[in-house]
Write a protein that binds this ligand. Structure first.
Ligand SMILES: [Fe+2]
Ligand SMILES: [Fe+2]
Length: 186
């Protein structure tokens, strides 16, 4: 028996996501997922993986202090938020019952989403990883302003519901036979 697909709405309504995605802003997460859907469709990348990775890409943001002060330099240089994000997203996804193959792909896309990161220097990113990084970059504003524009949780969930339906339709029409795919079942 196939299990139901893990949806974007079910991810955002989990207490782990509600707590941590709030830090970088629900709007940025939703907009990145919307861009990721368009890019994935265009490039024939899995829309399910792309939207989930983009939605959760900044789930790793956290406070990072040295001697009681925000330490951006080491936070940025040592990739704290992509590493923490990959771990948190993986925990959330497996808790929700995501296929472990998909949870791995999503977590890795989050790990490599930061274009300025030293970890990316000698890496050849996969199409999914590249796409998630781009979807994030499209929404970027100077001085991190994109994290400060807010939308309500209700609006975020309405937009994700629309996106969930688009992904479900796209998976139904998808003729790739990925071993870890539950297609469009919701
Ligand atoms: Fe980020
Ligand atoms: Fe971001």
């Amino acid at each position: 028996m196939k299990l139901p697909r893990v949806t974007l709405v079910s991810l955002l309504t989990d207490s782990i996501a509600l707590k941590h995605l709030r830090v970088a802003g629900f709007r940025h997460a939703v907009v990145a997922a919307e861009y990721a859907y368009d890019l994935a469709k265009e490039r024939n990348v899995c829309t399910d993986l792309a939207t989930k990775a983009a939605l959760l890409h900044d789930i790793g943001h956290t406070s990072w202090e040295k001697h009681g002060k925000w330490d951006f330099e080491s936070y940025d240089y040592f990739d704290i938020h992509p590493i923490k994000g990959a771990e948190r997203a993986h925990e959330l996804l497996t808790l929700k019952g995501e296929h472990l193959g998909k949870a791995r792909e999503i977590a890795l896309a989050i790990l490599f989403h930061s274009g300025s990161s030293p970890i990316n220097t000698n890496l050849k990113l996969t199409p999914l990883q590249e796409l998630v990084m781009e979807a994030d970059d499209i929404d970027e504003l100077d001085d991190g302003e994109h994290h400060n524009i807010e939308i309500s949780l209700e609006d975020a969930l309405d937009r994700l519901e629309i996106l969930d339906n688009k992904v479900a339709r796209h998976l139904d029409d998808c003729n790739k036979e990925c071993w870890d795919c539950r297609k469009g079942q919701v």
